[in-house]
Design a protein around this ligand. Structure first.
Ligand code: SF4
Ligand code: ZN
Length: 297
């Protein structure tokens, strides 16, 4: 690893697959440029957009709101979801809340208990795969709250590592519909009840995000959820990380491969949304997944 950045200052980060070292200020600049490029190139945010940011208090969503606030000040607000995970969630909420107060951003906390009458701790004590419930309920609440608050985009803190994992996971599962719904701004659902999700961090690795947070003094909560099970995602993450260590640039190449492949696939996964017969929220089925899972509790 080179000890010096191109500008001559001592390096703080080495991007192995580029063979390039960065000093603190050049690193910060490259992260911010990467972020702006993703937003600009894929047209994620338009002039009149109002952005809801899904803020968990972790390293990704804290960076997301910090960088969005630099460019789109006064056009965003945060939604913090309290899943009800004792000893874990309170700390993430605190980190998210503190950051919003520091940056002067409005936020709203919505809980699983109030919305679904169950906490994740209760669900995890009964169900074997709690993350399935958590993921579905979280997406449901974020979309609903973003819409109720008048947002036109919902920004989520998905990074390069997450996206590479999702691509491989959907290949393993043979799930072409979900595979085609990946990307920084899928634009597949055109329905007023559905707030489009955007991923401005999709081209930044977890390592870059963590370092940027550290260099800028952004405080986040970094513990692992006690209900995280040995899921397929964790296994895929481990394999991709091993490959990345041996073949630097693996994650980046998986995501680039996806971006080049997607426009060539001529399967139409767009379509009109239906509305859930129970709760009225948008869904591709008669009864939405959240209502279906709620019935099982
Ligand atoms: Fe929810 Fe599972 Fe993530 Fe915990 S690990 S926050 S239960 S999705
Ligand atoms: Zn429903």
């Amino acid at each position: 690893m080179s000890k010096f950045c191109e500008c001559g200052k001592p390096s703080v980060f080495y991007k192995k697959y580029e063979g390039k070292a960065y000093c603190k200020s050049c690193f910060v600049k490259q992260v911010e440029n990467n972020f702006k490029k993703t937003i600009g190139k894929d047209g994620l945010i338009e002039k009149n957009d109002k952005i809801a940011v899904a803020l968990s208090g972790g390293k990704d969503s804290c960076l997301l709101i910090y960088l969005l606030n630099k460019i789109f000040r006064n056009k965003l607000f945060a939604i913090i979801v309290d899943e009800g995970i004792r000893g874990y969630r309170e700390k993430g909420i605190e980190a998210g809340r503190n950051l919003c107060e520091e940056l002067g951003i409005k936020y709203k906390i919505v809980s699983f208990k109030d919305s679904f009458s169950h906490t994740m701790d209760e669900i995890a004590s009964e169900k074997q795969r709690p993350c399935t419930y958590c993921g579905v309920f979280k997406r449901y609440l974020l979309n609903k709250e973003a819409r109720v608050e008048g947002a036109t985009k919902l920004a989520v803190g998905i990074n390069l590592d997450d996206e590479a994992e999702s691509i491989i996971m959907n290949i393993i599962r043979g799930d072409i519909d979900r595979f085609l719904k990946l990307g920084s701004y899928p634009m597949l659902i055109d329905d007023k009840m559905f707030v489009p999700r955007i991923k401005p961090l999709r081209n930044l690795s977890g390592e870059e995000i963590m370092l940027y947070d550290k260099l800028k003094g952004i405080k986040f909560y970094s513990r692992v959820c006690p209900h995280a099970t040995d899921s397929i995602r964790l296994r895929v993450r481990k394999i991709i990380s091993e490959l990345e260590a041996k073949y630097p640039g693996t994650k980046y190449q998986i995501v680039r491969f996806y971006d080049r492949l997607k426009p060539l696939i001529k399967i139409n996964v767009t379509g009109k949304m239906k509305y859930c017969k129970k709760c009225g929220e948008p869904s591709s089925r008669e009864i939405c997944k959240a209502c279906e899972l709620l019935d099982k509790l």
